[in-house]
Structures are given as structure tokens and as C-alpha cells.
Design a protein around this ligand. Structure first.
Ligand SMILES: *[C@@H]1O[C@H](CO)[C@@H](O)[C@H](O)[C@H]1NC(C)=O
Ligand SMILES: *[C@@H]1O[C@H](CO)[C@@H](O)[C@H](O)[C@H]1NC(C)=O
Ligand SMILES: *[C@@H]1O[C@H](CO)[C@@H](O)[C@H](O)[C@H]1NC(C)=O
Length: 336
């Protein structure tokens, strides 16, 4: 009993510190997985379930936070820089410059690499346990990186993606990065949805269906623009909804238009700034980014595992009553 408790609290402490440093928080990642799951075709959902570890029960929401939990493991060190991307000369809010150079170990590379791996192992199914575990890791990294790339501060070099930009948050102190990873989202759920994650998810799915007028274009992407010096181009070019470069460029632009505007370490960001990012004034920006991330995650997976499916239909889906086990995950994450 004591051992279990110790392990548990160490694990949650570790999760907390990991998510505070440089990751879309557990809540954000869990949400992107829950949203994505709503858009998987039955065939894709079945494939995902077969690939994920049994303990994940086929749920992307269980799989998405994994990549933060294993950051300190030696065999995964190669992935630690692949949660974000920095481009030289970028300096929000004055100018957002995203001149990407292939060859780096960043989130753009990570998404291409993981998609290439999943695609190849779909064409030539794994036969050894080593290959099975490469595939299991690849889908979990993929689902995580796609969340990370939709957090604007994961696409900007200034102050280590805002980690070194202190802010005030009510009576506590935080930094710009943690606020975008976690604080805005959890406060939005708490204040606007009486801390009810189901209500929050219903709202996000309903808005994806009928509020965000550009939702039908979220999966548009021109694979030709992935060409350049891209070492992964040949293996990923048939995946027509994979556009990490385009996504990163759009997210980086948000650093200038929204995230870093009138930055001040003495401003209380839980006031007017929070309200702006969670209201009609910004089209409920933080909710929109979670929705985009989930819809795109599902679209790529559908392309890989259900190539017969018609193109993803992100806006056609009604709000869905989520099974209790999904909600449990989110509630647990919220309480951490
Ligand atoms: C691609 O992913 C594999 C794991 O599947 C990793 O070992 C390798 O370092 C990655 N390559 C790059 C260039 O990031
Ligand atoms: C991709 O395929 C083209 C045409 O088959 C070939 O010329 C090129 O060298 C390949 N690129 C890589 C990086 O493998
Ligand atoms: C959420 O709360 C903010 C104020 O904190 C408000 O501006 C916004 O309209 C609210 N949105 C919803 C959907 O309740």
C-alpha cells in the first residue's frame, strides 16, 4: 500500500513537473485525444486499438500524454527536442519568422518521422516484437506531437518558447508557456463550464460543427509544399492531410497576433487576457486549437489505417456523449 502510494505520488509529481516545463499539459493532450477519437472511422479505431498498449484500451486520450512521461528515459532521449520547433530570427510580437530548415530534431521532423514509420509498418506489417514496439511508440509520439505543434509557444524561439517569460496568474506566478499549456484551459473548464469536462468537450465539438467557419478546411493541405529538402517526403507524400510545416507556420503567426502582444511580467493574465483567449473575440482560440489538433490527428490516422474511407468529415459530427472512462481520464488530469 505504502509502495503504491509513493509510486503514485511520485508519478503525478513527475507528470506535473514534466508538463510544466515544456509540454502541452496532460489536460490539453487528453482533450486532443478525446476529440480525435470522435473522428476516427471504425476501421481506424480498430487499428489504433491493436497498436496501442493494452492498458490504453484503444483510447488516444490515454496514449497522448505518454511522450511526456518517458522524457527522462535514456532510450527516448532522441525525442526530447521533438516536442517543439525554433527557427532563427523569430522574435514575437515584432516579427514572426518561420523559415524552416530540414534536418533538425524538432516537432516538424518528429511528425514526419512518426508518420513515415506508421505508414511503412502499415505497408509492411511488423513481424518482430522490436518492430511492434517501434510502431506502438510511433503512434503515441505522433498523437502527442500533433498536440504540441498546435500550442503556439511550441513554435517560437523567444524566451525558450515563453518558459522564461514570467507572468502573474491571480495570486500565483507562472510563465507564458505553462499558461498556454495548462492554465488557460483548466480555468476555462472551471469558470465557463462549472468544471465539467463533458460540457467543455460538447462545446468544442459543437463549435467544430457549426461555429468555426474554417473548420472544413483544417484538413486541407498541399503535400507538395512538404517537398523541399524533406528527407521524409518520399515515405509520407501519400498522406495528404499531413502538413506539419503549414501548421507550425500558422501557429507561429499566432505568437505575434495573440500570444505575445503587450507582454508584461507584472500583468495578471488571469483577467482580461484570459477572457480574450476564451471568448468570441478570438473565436475561443484555445478551444479552437484543441479542436484543430484532434481533427487533424484523426484525419492522418484515417488516411493511414482506412485508406478506403472518404476524406475526413470533421464538421459533420454532432456532439457525442463520451463514455465515462474518457471523462475519468480528463477529471483525473484536471485534479492533478
Ligand atoms: C526517427 O524515429 C526513430 C524512432 O522510431 C528514432 O530512433 C530516430 O532517431 C528518429 N530520426 C530522426 C531524424 O529524428
Ligand atoms: C525520393 O524519390 C525520388 C524519385 O523516386 C528520388 O529521386 C529521390 O532521391 C528520393 N529522395 C529520398 C530522400 O529518398
Ligand atoms: C467564458 O468566460 C469569459 C469570461 O471569463 C467570457 O468572456 C466568455 O464569453 C465565456 N464563454 C462561454 C462560452 O461561456
Amino acid at each position: 500500500m505504502r509502495l503504491t502510494l509513493t509510486l503514485l505520488s511520485t508519478a503525478s509529481l513527475f507528470l506535473l513537473s514534466a508538463s510544466n516545463v515544456d509540454a502541452y499539459g496532460v489536460v490539453g493532450h487528453t482533450l486532443t485525444g478525446q476529440i480525435a477519437q470522435q473522428f476516427l472511422t471504425p476501421k481506424t479505431a480498430k487499428a489504433v486499438k491493436e497498436i496501442l498498449p493494452e492498458a490504453d484500451e484503444g483510447l488516444l486520450s490515454k496514449a497522448t500524454p505518454w511522450a511526456d512521461k518517458i522524457k527522462s528515459f535514456a532510450q527516448y532521449k532522441w525525442a526530447n527536442t521533438q516536442h517543439y520547433v525554433n527557427t532563427e530570427g523569430d522574435n514575437p510580437p515584432d516579427y514572426c519568422l518561420f523559415e524552416y530548415v530540414y534536418g533538425g530534431q524538432d516537432v516538424v521532423n518528429g511528425l514526419f518521422n512518426m508518420t513515415a514509420t506508421l505508414k511503412q509498418l502499415q505497408v509492411t506489417p511488423p513481424t518482430t516484437s522490436a518492430q511492434l514496439s517501434v510502431r506502438r511508440d510511433a503512434i503515441r509520439f505522433f498523437a502527442h506531437f500533433i498536440g504540441d505543434i498546435h500550442q503556439p509557444l511550441h513554435n517560437s524561439i523567444r524566451d525558450r518558447g515563453g518558459n522564461d517569460a514570467p507572468i502573474k496568474w491571480g495570486r500565483t506566478k507562472s510563465n507564458l508557456h505553462s499558461m498556454w499549456d495548462t492554465l488557460i484551459i483548466t480555468k476555462d473548464i472551471k469558470d465557463n463550464f462549472s468544471n465539467d469536462p463533458q460540457a467543455y468537450l460538447d462545446d468544442v465539438l459543437a463549435k467544430a460543427k457549426s461555429y468555426w467557419s474554417d473548420a472544413a478546411t483544417w484538413t486541407d493541405c498541399d503535400p507538395a509544399q512538404n517537398k523541399g529538402e524533406n528527407p521524409w517526403f518520399n515515405t509520407t507524400k501519400t498522406v495528404k492531410t499531413l502538413c506539419p510545416l503549414q501548421w507550425a507556420t500558422t501557429m507561429n503567426a499566432l505568437d505575434c497576433s495573440h500570444v505575445w502582444t503587450s507582454y508584461s511580467p507584472t500583468l495578471d493574465y488571469s483577467g482580461e487576457y484570459f477572457e480574450r483567449m476564451t471568448s468570441a473575440e478570438t473565436e475561443y482560440l484555445t478551444r479552437k486549437l484543441l479542436a484543430m489538433s484532434g481533427v487533424r490527428m484523426a484525419a492522418v490516422l484515417n488516411e493511414i489505417y482506412d485508406s478506403g474511407a472518404s476524406s475526413p468529415q470533421p464538421v459533420k459530427r454532432d456532439s457525442v456523449k463520451l463514455p465515462p472512462k474518457y471523462l475519468e481520464l480528463l477529471k483525473r488530469a484536471l485534479n492533478q
